[in-house]
Design a protein around this ligand. Structure first.
Ligand SMILES: Nc1ncnc2c1ncn2[C@@H]1O[C@H](COP(=O)(O)OP(=O)(O)OP(=O)(O)O)[C@@H](O)[C@H]1O
Length: 255
């Protein structure tokens, strides 16, 4: 790992009307790390990742990709990033291979190289059987995999993936885990958000726990876990709400 963070979130703040979604959030992501971002619903994970990747303009702060300011120098910073945003909107009147090739062309790849990478990604992500179906007709999991292929096609240095395993079947998820682990073992950096603590604990070398727009714990996995499993530590950090005894009316009706 080098000293310059692969991605550095730097004093990021975002307010929606009166709601402060992200509050002066700073987080260095070491180069070569597999970094998990976890937090309760509404903690500010998506808002932070969108600001860090140039998709949502921060009210204050910025983010640096390998030392380059994403907001000041987007044309230099963005080619180093592969981004899977939340709720991604794709050009869905294209087939999967067309879409992924197009994503490569947008990143300046030659047609030949973009087509070759797209074909390989479609194959390894199990989208070959979709054939000439339009992405508009893909299932949620297939759409997620197509979007992931778009993030990977130009072989970026840093991958930022918002809930990459959501809606994805277990066999495909194992394939994606393998791709990401290979990527990190070759020196790449992965940042992903997830609600699946077990997966984050197994996959990630580092983790940050967000709550109410701030970082409540961050560091290497052992530093954050402090000897407990991540799920227990997470509940301790963000406060586990109990629902026992609630919804007394919710029972199978006898009628
Ligand atoms: N476009 C928006 N307009 C208004 N409020 C927003 C908008 N986007 C996010 N928020 C609010 O900002 C806060 C953080 O949302 P965000 O989507 O970043 O959380 P999250 O940690 O990704 O949540 P989840 O785990 O549910 O995906 C929430 O209170 C949300 O309601």
């Amino acid at each position: 790992m080098t000293d310059v963070p692969a991605l550095h979130l730097w004093g990021l703040t975002k307010r929606f009307d009166r709601k402060v979604a992200v509050d002066r959030l700073s987080l260095p992501i070491p180069a070569g790390s597999f970094y998990g971002i976890v937090g309760p619903n509404g903690a500010g994970k998506t808002t932070s990742l969108n600001m860090a990747t140039g998709l949502l303009r921060p009210d204050t702060g910025t983010a640096f990709v390998r030392g380059t300011d994403v907001w000041a120098h987007p044309s230099r910073a963005k080619p180093m990033l592969g981004v899977l945003p939340d709720g991604v909107r794709l050009f869905d009147r294209l087939t999967g291979p067309e879409l992924v090739t197009y994503a490569g062309l947008l990143r300046g790849m030659s047609t030949e190289q973009a087509r070759a990478h797209a074909a390989e990604l479609i194959e390894v992500l199990g989208l070959t059987e979709a054939g000439t179906a339009l992405v508009a007709d893909y299932s949620a999991g297939m759409t997620k995999k197509a979007a992931l292929a778009c993030a990977l096609v130009h072989a970026p240095r840093v991958l930022v993936l918002d809930e990459p395993f959501e809606s994805v079947d277990p066999v495909s998820a194992a394939g994606i885990r393998g791709i990401l682990e290979d990527f990190v073992s070759r020196g790449g950096t992965v940042v992903l958000s997830s609600h699946v603590m077990d997966l984050v604990q197994r996959l990630c070398s580092h983790v940050a726990v967000l709550a109410q727009g701030q970082v409540v714990a961050a560091g290497s996995m052992p530093e954050v876990r402090t000897g407990q499993d991540l799920e227990t530590r997470f509940a301790e950090l963000v406060g586990a709400g109990s629902v026992s005894g609630g919804l007394s009316w919710l029972r199978p009706s006898s009628g």
